[in-house]
Design a protein around this ligand. Structure first.
Ligand code: BGC
Length: 260
């Protein structure tokens, strides 16, 4: 119960990695704000599991908030509503993310904007709204961004996605420095190939899946819970002296290289 008495907001927590993070933080004792854009039923499922997570001894509260995290006024409203409901906010997990596949020369402006808005601009302004609140109330806080191994590693045909994650990497390094004097830490978690809805196409293509698995030294895809464990650590006081860094959760994928 490392997060007893804390409130955490997890964006994009109606499914996948975000859902697992919300549940894990609740198991650690935090009350949780569940954000979703287009899956209210998924958000309700997360909420039910969050409430269950505390058991009877440590009842956990949660709410769901609909907001498009690619839109600045929406992320500002999401942060304000979270604080209004719980009277405090201690942990922001910027998890919502999207990707669009295209050859570089075919990529559209609409897809570029969608990816950059959710993966970078929304994170920037959600974090800004959270930081303004922390500074105004003289509280410390923790920001955790769900990035990707692709903040480092090329991913051909996903250039907008890589650009967004590379941007997130520098945003985190920069804010690690700028926010440290205020007791606010910020870190990235960089998952590799995790079994989630963002990968549905790949998971249903045995040939592509097979060659991906050959690139993963641990020989399996990651689970959302593998990522959630790292987030729980970074959200806790065990990580008070940790900021501006990226933590890779990828079964060894990123630095895997073999010569036959
Ligand atoms: C992407 C997945 C991809 C994985 C490993 C993730 O960031 O969202 O589509 O399979 O990286 O390459």
């Amino acid at each position: 119960m490392r997060l007893k008495g804390k409130v955490a907001l997890v964006t994009g927590s109606s499914q996948g990695i975000g859902q697992a993070i919300a549940i894990r933080l609740a198991k650690e004792g935090a009350n949780v704000v569940i954000n979703y854009r287009s899956h209210p039923e998924g958000a309700e499922e997360t909420l039910a599991k969050v409430k269950e997570a505390g058991g009877t001894c440590h009842p956990i509260d949660g709410i769901t908030i609909k907001a498009d995290t690619g839109t600045v006024p929406e992320v500002q409203r999401m942060i304000a509503e979270s604080i209004d409901y719980f009277g405090q906010l201690d942990i922001l997990v910027n998890n919502a993310g999207i990707e669009r596949h295209a050859d570089f020369w075919e990529a559209t402006e609409a897809d570029y904007d969608a990816v950059l808005n959710v993966n970078l601009k929304g994170v920037f302004f959600a974090t800004q709204a959270f930081v303004k609140y922390l500074m105004a109330t003289k509280r410390g806080g923790k920001v955790i961004n769900i990035s990707s191994v692709h903040e480092e590693l090329p991913f051909p045909h996903f250039t907008s996605y890589c650009a967004s994650k590379g941007g997130l990497r520098m945003m985190t390094r920069n804010l690690g420095v700028e926010l440290a004097p205020y007791g606010i830490t910020i870190n990235n978690v960089a998952p590799g190939a995790i079994e989630t809805p963002i990968n549905t196409k790949l998971l249903n293509d045995p040939e592509k899946l097979g060659s991906l698995l050959q690139n993963i030294p641990m020989g399996r895809l990651g689970k959302s819970e593998d990522v959630a464990g790292m987030v729980a650590f970074l959200a806790s006081s065990d990580a008070d002296y940790v900021t501006g860094s990226t933590f890779v959760v990828d079964g060894g994928l990123l630095w895997n290289y073999h010569e036959q």
